[in-house]
Ligand binder design. Sequence first.
Ligand code: HEM
Length: 199
Amino acid sequence: MLARALRHVPPWTIYIVGALPALWMTYQTLTGTIGIDPVRAIEWGLGLWALRLLIATLCITPLRWVGLNLIRFRRQLGLVAFAYVVLHFTAWLTIDMGLRWGQILPDLVKRWYIVVGMAALIMLVPLAVTSNTASIRRLGAKGWNRLHKLAYPATILATVHFMMVGKVYTAEVLIYAGILCALLAVRVGRSVLQWRDGA
Ligand code: HEM
């Protein structure tokens, strides 16, 4: 029923809905209601939405296996997730570090959670760049699918980064880590079944 209702929703609506948290944060910043530490609140807000959207993107394929086909929204969801990662990184570079390169470069390699976050960001770049029909044609469906499996290690690293930043395991951290573990288990289970049936 949900899939049928969503059939009439154009995929570009994901860009509009996806922009709402960023617009809300902008509004809160401009009205001074974002909190006592605006820099941290912006950084955290963008990072949290990046992670939520990355995990939501990974849910699309398993949902199709259980009959809810949202595949036509996957590209847009992934690109919005990437945009939040880039905004989170940009917020760190600009409002947090103030573009002080002498401090940024040592920080990039010194603080482990930054190294892990950076690795996740770097892994997501080829995925964002190839999220178009021309790249699928160029790489071939098989090659494209293989490349886009990078979304899993990237999201694992992003979750580890989140855990390292918080140091304490709040309910939110555990929920994201739990969903991620379930997604990985479903993926591995399906691959094993396919391999066994093919063997
Ligand atoms: C896929 C990539 C990334 C994701 C999904 C992500 C997500 C997050 C999340 C969820 C938080 C914690 C928010 C909270 O505690 O409520 C966070 C914090 C943070 N992230 Fe990221 N992040 C990513 C990449 C990066 C990169 C590339 C950098 C910088 C090079 C970075 C720098 C930071 C910093 C400085 C904090 C705040 C630390 C503090 O509270 O002092 N992140 N990130």
